[in-house]
Design a protein around this ligand. Structure first.
Ligand SMILES: [Zn+2]
Length: 237
């Protein structure tokens, strides 16, 4: 049985190494970078004639080739890899021992040491990093909230692609654990941003004033997230 219904266009034979997706909602053809998969995606509206799709691709050949050169490559959690953790380039080293019963991960200065019986401990590494991230985010969030006489109800971590953090009306903060890979000024800025929402539930000038005051280095952190935030998605995939 075919996956696509007959009324839908067939995916075209593409001369480029990109992904294709047929969309019910899209009105026009679009090319975009999927920073999670690290690949370019062509969005094809339903019933779009193949000829138009092909022409569109050739018209955008330069864009595709330029983008493919700049998409960050995936950085896996494997032995010998260096990943930035809280602004410190940290080397992952592992000690594989089949007789071990469980995996132990420890962070010591600029070394992430894994003692394991697993061939691929990357899931354990991710779990460890999420915990480290949560501890740090909680500490910073409570510190910052205190400065503006507010209190944080809870901090949780997420792996959302669309936003780095959020703050609910009742003081629950949610942050992407991937901020652990960002420079400290950038990670700190996102936390300051969400904590500032405890006081201002908008993006008014007063909000930004609070956000700046709560940030370690607002002038560095904010633009970093805007320009390089997407690169945080490449770790551990
Ligand atoms: Zn906001």
């Amino acid at each position: 049985m075919s996956f696509f219904k007959k009324t839908e266009p067939l995916l075209i034979t593409c001369p480029f190494d990109i992904d294709q997706r047929i969309s019910e909602k899209a009105k026009r053809l679009a090319l975009r970078v999927n920073y999670t998969s690290g690949r370019i995606e062509l969005v094809i509206p339903r019933r779009m004639p193949t000829k138009l799709v092909e022409r569109f691709l050739y018209q955008n050949q330069d864009w595709i080739e330029d983008k493919q050169k700049t998409i960050p490559t995936t950085i896996p959690f494997s032995c010998g890899t260096t990943i930035p953790l809280f602004g410190v380039d940290t080397l992952i080293t592992s000690n594989v021992d089949a007789s071990l019963k469980r995996t132990k991960v420890s962070l010591c200065d600029d070394v992430l040491l894994i003692r394991t019986y697993l061939d691929d401990p990357s899931q354990r590494i991710q779990r460890f990093l999420k915990k480290e991230a949560l501890n740090k985010f909680e500490e910073l969030a409570h510190q910052k909230a205190e400065l503006i006489d507010k209190s944080v109800q809870s901090v949780s971590i997420r792996d959302t692609k669309s936003r780095w953090g959020s703050c609910s009306h009742d003081g629950r903060l949610s942050l992407s654990w991937r901020l652990i890979f960002a420079p400290v000024s950038a990670m700190d800025y996102v936390i300051a941003h969400e904590v500032s929402h405890l006081k201002h539930m908008d993006h008014s000038p007063s909000f930004w004033k609070t956000c700046e005051a709560l940030s370690l280095d607002y002038a560095k952190g904010k633009p970093w997230m805007k320009e390089h935030g997407y690169t945080l998605m490449r770790y551990g995939r």
